[in-house]
Design a protein around this ligand. Sequence first.
Ligand code: GLP
Length: 239
Amino acid sequence: MQVHVFDNAQQVGKAAAALFAAQITRKPDSVLGLATGSSPLGCYQQLIEWYQAGLLDFSQCVSYNLDEYVGISHTHPESYHQFMQDNLFHAINMKETHVPDGNAQDLWAEAAAYDAAIEKAGGIDIQLLGIGRNGHIGFNEPADRFVYGTQIVSLTKSTIEANRRFFDSEDQVPRKAISLGIGGIMHAKAVVLIAMGEDKAQAIRDTVKGDVTPAVQASILRFHPNATILVDKAAASLL
Ligand code: GLP
């Protein structure tokens, strides 16, 4: 695991975008693993700028997002489908985009089909990750085990509270989500985890320096052969 500390959040976003740009330049038909949340916004903005400047072409790339809430419509402003449209997909020329369907009739069948589709696409070349305050990646919440495949999860109180800011009231925050499992994330050929702000400092410390434990799901990345952690000074303050 490599850790790089930057002065500010903007630099973290640009550094993550640079790793994605290098991947796409090397392999134009890359399979990109994408994430939502506020952390990836600077990265997506930079990718859009490079695309608009003619430096990047996504026309052969396919993307698979990490997760989606269960039970909110794809056009709900806080759905991850809509987030990806608004913050990246509308502005670039990605060949194909995929986000798990949190409204599928049979969610576990959707989960299995999602894993199968990623495998059929050749596996994820580079996976972008944010991190929850409790060390979750995707929506793999602290647990007593690591779950391998895409799963349906109940969100923890800490995650519901953290996501409350995006909804009108806490009641409206979805309680469940569908998320790529830890096996799916660990299978990505490269992983780039980004974190900014003091809020993430403890989770970053636990991930980089604590035990490898399902209580801090991101800690498993210490066993990944090509994991890069990009953080600003605030998120690195407990390292
Ligand atoms: C959600 C997402 C995660 C994300 C986390 C942190 O829980 N499912 O993938 O990493 O939020 O979000 P933020 O970047 O907004 O702090």
